[in-house]
Structures are given as C-alpha cells and as structure tokens.
Design a protein around this ligand. Structure first.
Ligand SMILES: [Fe+2]
Ligand SMILES: [Fe+2]
Length: 453
C-alpha cells in the first residue's frame, strides 16, 4: 500500500509515517507542501491513499484529483482550527474519515480505519516480504546474544537493520528503543532463520527447565514461540527445525499447565491482541483443553502433550488473523467479501492442510492428527470438512472442540467477568449427547463456580 502523507509539521508527520510503516507495512511518501504531493502523484508508483491536514487549501488538491479522474481516497487529519471535514464542495472526493490526531488514540484510530478499509477490500493489503520473518519485540529481548541481525520494517519491501548480529543486548536498552519507536515486531532475515531457530530452541529448553523462571515469563515466551512457529511454517514450511521449535514450545506450555484448573485465571493471563490472535487463542485452547481433560479424569502427561500440540498447530495453515476467528462455514459465507477466493478455499480445507503439514513429522500421534482434522466438526453434524456428528467425533477432538467454544465465548464476552451460566445455557442443547454431554456435565460445576472469580 502506497500512502502519501501530506503534513507540514515535520515532527508529527514523521511519527505518523513511522506508525504507518511499522504497523501496516505501508510505503509512505512524505510531503511537506502541495508541490511534493503533485510530484508523487505524477510519478510511476500508484498512490492508494492520501492522508492530509484538513484545511481550506485542500481545494487545490481535490481539484487536481478530480481533473485527473483519480479516485484515490483521502483521510483527513483534523485539528482545533479545522474541526470539520472540508469537502462539502467536493462530494466526488472520497473522504474516508476526519480524525483528530492529538495524541496516541488519534494515531491508533488512523491505523484502525486503514485496517478496516483493507479488510473491506477498499485498500490494498501489504503483503509480507517472504525473506523476512516477524519476531515479537518481547522475544527479541529474550533471544540474546543475537544469532543474526534484527531489522525493522519500513515498508513491505524495505527493512532496515536495528541491531547487529552478536550484539549482547542490554534488556533495558532494547526495551527503551522499542518503546520509544513504538515497535511491536522486529524481523529476522531468511539467511539467519536456521541459526535463529537453533538458538531460540535452546533458550526455550532452558526456560522450560529453569526453576527460577516465573509462570508469567513462560507464558509470554510460549505466546511468542507460537507466533514464530506459525510465521516460519508459512515462510519455509514445516521443516525439521520448525518441527523442533514446535516440540520445544509444547514442552514449555506443558510446564505452565496448572494442576489446579482455574479457568478464569488462565484466560485473564492472555490479553486479546489482533496481531496475536492465532497465537493467543491457540495457547488459551491448550490450557482450557488440558483443564477439561483433568475434569474428565483423563489427565496424563501424554494426553496433555497431545492436546497442547494440537492446540498450537490446529490453525497452522491459516495466515490471516481475522480469518482464523471464523468458526463455521455459515460465518464464512456471511463474510466472503472480506477475503480473497484463495483464502476462502484454503480456510475450508485448513483442518486437513494443518494436519498434513504436521504429518510430515513422523512422531505425531494419530490422536493429534484426529483432533486437528476434526476441530471444526460440530456435535449436530453441521461442521466441516466432513460433517461428522457427536458419535463419530473422537473423544479428544470433542474435548478440543468444547475448549475452543469456551475460548471463543470468552473472546466475545471479554475476559473480565464472563458469565459461564450463559455458556452452559447456550451449549446445553448442542452438547446433548454422547461424549459432549459428558464433558458438559463434568465442567459445569467448574464453569459456574468461576463465574464470580
Ligand atoms: Fe481452525
Ligand atoms: Fe482456532
């Protein structure tokens, strides 16, 4: 996505440009005066969006856009002297919104509006550069000394080096730099994936075995590990190194499982974050599914390992955080305009493609394979891809489906004080037979007890 940012005041122009580049991967052309805008518009690189201050002189810009037949949308930045949008005389100019940029919320609003336009197909999404893998900033802090250079993304095709290979990072220093620049993600180059994975795998092992690492540190690292796992499996496939990372991630998550299952406490630990949806809901499902198996009195290390592996990998082949939130084909059909035909086809088969990626690794148990293939089946037979019903769904897959339903319910309700009475009431008829009924009976006391936790 190519954005022209026309803003006279240099400091706020730079801050906003950086947010657009780092959060959206947009390519931003900065313009301080109208002539700069004209130059960019006349160049060969097509412009997808203009962001500019709302002021009467914009009339010249609007006239130019109309005279060239351009339908580039405009996002206006309002201020105290120009609180209104200024396009009354130019109804043919598409004004996306007028946003007051004062402070952080204004900036977030700009990003959110652009994201929504991308989601609705009105603006081009930024495609990731296949040569760089995104690593959360928290993780970059953990994996030190670095086994490769770390970059920040300026646009989908441009990355600049922020930290050098071998640099022994002082955590406070890196945290400072990242907070100052409001950076959530750093990038590793393809040539360093191997050594990065090796070092990261070793660090995960150390932390999993460390008697001093806190639960919170382990949970945070698990989340980052799942993110990297998903990202890398899309970039380079489920290679032996990626598989090893999956094994270590499972081991780490297993060490954080609570013997005394307290649903609400577990869920409160994971903040909802749009950039981390796949990783955070996978981790939540892992905890809830293992908690349910405890209530079913089936707990064993092997069962937990199977459930955690399935949770971490069940949406492995989905690359779109929003698409991963869809649970049924009915929901998908109501949202077809938000996704490309390729994404829709891939979504419909993702229980199989995710399981197939995993089956390349020969030590995956058939139970894990079943859980992943059946995770979108429903007890009444309305699920996909096979339309199995309660009698044909494997017991561990049923535990997983219920755990996923609970996590979705929490995500909709908010983690603060979800009313599980509503969950029980809502699912009572759906879980009316076989293993689903037994699971609901086993977990209802826990769910209702946790209501006021
Ligand atoms: Fe899924
Ligand atoms: Fe999922």
């Amino acid at each position: 996505m190519h954005v022209v940012l026309y803003k006279e005041e240099p400091k706020s122009r730079e801050i906003l440009a950086f947010a657009l580049e780092s959060k959206l991967g947009a390519s931003v052309s900065r313009a301080a005066k109208f002539e700069d805008v004209v130059q960019v518009l006349l160049a060969n690189n097509p412009v997808d969006l203009i962001i500019c201050d709302s002021k009467p002189e914009n009339a010249t810009l609007y006239k130019m856009l109309l005279s060239t037949g351009s339908n580039i949308p405009v996002l206006l930045l309002l201020n105290s002297t120009s609180p209104q949008q200024q396009n009354i005389s130019f109804p043919d100019i598409k004004i996306l919104a007028g946003i007051n940029l004062d402070g952080e919320p204004g900036m977030e609003k700009v990003i959110e509006i652009i994201r929504n336009e991308v989601k609705n197909g009105n603006l081009k999404p930024t495609t990731d550069d296949p040569d760089y893998c995104r690593v959360s900033a928290e993780l970059a802090i953990q994996v030190s000394p670095l086994q490769g250079d770390l970059y920040i993304r300026l646009s989908n095709t441009k990355h600049i080096k922020l930290f050098k290979k071998g640099e022994q990072l002082n955590k406070t220093h890196i945290e400072q730099v990242l907070t100052e620049k409001k950076i959530k993600f750093l990038f590793v180059h393809r040539s360093d994936y191997g050594s990065f994975l090796l070092k990261f795998g070793e660090d995960l092992k150390k932390i999993a075995d460390s008697p001093t690492a806190t639960l919170q540190e382990k949970e945070m690292l698990s989340l980052s590990a799942i993110q990297v796992l998903h990202e890398l499996s899309h970039k380079i496939g489920f290679t032996e190194e990626v598989h090893e990372l999956a094994r270590e991630s499972v081991r780490l998550v297993v060490t954080t499982l609570s013997k005394d299952f307290k649903l609400v406490n577990v869920l409160k630990a994971f903040a909802k974050d749009r950039d981390k949806y796949i990783a955070s809901h996978s981790l939540m499902v892992a905890h809830v599914a293992c908690g349910i198996s405890t209530k079913m009195t089936w707990p064993s290390d092997t069962t937990s390992q199977k459930l955690v592996t399935a949770a971490i990998c069940h949406d492995l082949s989905i690359n779109n955080q929003e698409l991963a939130k869809i649970r049924t084909l009915k929901e998908l059909n109501n949202n077809t305009t938000s996704y490309t035909p390729e994404e829709i086809t891939a979504y419909k088969s993702h229980p199989y493609t995710s399981a197939d990626s995993l089956s390349q690794a020969n030590d995956i148990s058939s139970d894990v394979d079943f859980i992943i293939r059946q995770h979108h089946e429903r007890p009444d037979g309305s699920g996909f891809p096979r339309g199995l019903n309660a009698r044909n769904i494997a017991p561990l897959a049923a535990v997983f489906i219920v755990a996923h339903d609970i996590v979705d319910f929490i995500c909709q309700q908010g983690t603060d004080n979800p009313s599980f009475d509503n969950f029980v009431a809502e699912y009572f008829s759906q879980y009316s037979s076989g293993i689903f009924k037994r699971i609901l009976v086993a977990i209802t006391p826990e769910l209702t007890k946790n209501r006021a936790a």
